[in-house]
Design a protein around this ligand. Structure first.
Ligand code: DNO
Length: 361
């Protein structure tokens, strides 16, 4: 496995590259150029400079998270072809700069969402991301957008890009005539167009699960169960059509058996990267994020790492959403301290797996 850390770019992240380099076993970042809106081409020279800059800190950048998919592609509008062409150009440019995996999602309108970005965990006074379906049902999408913006501490949030939200009313209206089957059809059209290029240039597309793992605000969502991912990987049957297996997103629903899903898709060689984190269930469609430690949440991190070790040991891993601890001021979910602790813990599990394996041979 290659252990990495998500980084938002110079001037846009509270964590400097130098600190990331100092985390044990962290060999690179999952990076992004978020100055480009969905549908725009990422210029080759800009990516080259970016990669050079990250490399100068002794870190690799082989995974990009994300290149966002324009809403017209998800909606299947006639304008989609020009955005797909741009997407293909971006894939080619990224491949030329050594990028091996592109994380993206096919969630309409919203990416991940929470009803509280800073919910205090009573036991220890830290805060973490929190979701309660009942709270969501009392809000309109516009109210949620406003609350998220007001409580994000001035940091831009991935998935909450201003240009995406400026379009909110128009796009929500258009989705009224798109159901799950239509969305899947539009998804197939997109994959059929881009995967041949990915195969040619050696890039794997890694789709991120819906988060939370169910539809929200009545908008269709098609990527939150093993059965749905089985359909997705078959839309275009290629190792380049792969998953970003995010344990916390899929794991927000107790119906999903995460180690089993990793084994299933790992054995098929369809996992290109993973986000590893823990979730604490608080009731029906109500959860908060926990530290990575198994005992602090409801996911079994040992079984998760064992499934990765046994079925897809070469994937890129990153710790995901940390709690905010030690009074750190950072982008919600993306501080240094708790994610670095997460890496140290995942490293420990990995070492135990490797050494036990060797002993048994
Ligand atoms: C949330 C992230 C997601 C992810 C996108 C990929 O924190 O895991 O925003 O990057 O869904 O497109």
């Amino acid at each position: 496995m290659k252990m990495t850390f998500r980084w938002y770019g110079e001037g846009n992240d509270s964590v400097p590259l130098k600190y990331i380099r100092q985390i044990p076993n962290c060999s690179g970042i999952m990076g992004v150029l978020d100055q480009y809106a969905a549908g725009e081409v990422w210029p080759l020279e800009v990516i080259q400079d970016y990669v050079k800059h990250v490399n100068s800190f002794g870190l690799e950048v082989e995974v990009i998270e994300s290149v966002n998919v324009h809403e017209d592609i998800k909606l299947g509008l006639p304008t989609r072809d020009k955005y797909i062409e741009n997407y293909i150009q971006t894939i080619k440019n990224l491949a030329q700069c050594g990028i091996k995996v592109i994380v993206y999602n096919f969630m309409p309108v919203f990416d991940w969402l929470r009803t509280d970005l800073n919910r205090e965990i009573e036991e220890d006074g830290s805060t973490s991301l929190y979701y309660d379906q009942k709270e969501l049902e009392g809000m309109t999408p516009q109210m949620l957008v406003q609350k998220t913006a007001e409580t994000s501490g001035g940091f831009t949030l991935p998935g909450w890009e201003p240009e995406r939200l400026a379009e909110l009313d128009r796009v929500l209206k258009l989705y009224e005539s798109v159901d799950e089957e239509k969305l899947l059809e539009n998804y197939k059209y997109f994959l059929e167009a881009i995967i041949p290029t990915c195969e040619e240039v050696g890039v794997r597309m890694a789709v991120h699960p819906d988060d939370p793992a169910w539809p929200v605000f009545g908008i269709p969502r098609i990527a939150h169960s093993k059965e749905q991912f089985d359909r997705i990987v078959k839309l275009v049957d290629s190792p380049a059509n792969a998953l970003c297996l995010c344990t916390g997103s899929l794991g927000s629903s107790p119906d999903n058996d995460i180690p089993a899903a990793i084994r299933h898709f790992g054995e098929m060689d369809r996992i290109a990267c993973t986000h590893v984190r823990n979730v604490k269930y608080l009731g029906e469609k109500r959860f908060r994020e926990a530290s990575h430690l198994s005992a602090d949440g409801d996911l079994d991190m040992f079984e998760i790492m064992r499934a990765i070790y046994e079925t897809c040991p070469d994937v890129y891993i990153r710790p995901d959403h940390g709690r905010m601890i030690w009074d750190e001021q950072a982008r919600a979910g993306y501080g240094l301290y708790d994610r670095a602790l997460g890496i140290a813990y995942l490293n420990g599990i990995w070492e135990a797996l490797e050494k036990t394996d060797k002993k048994n041979k």
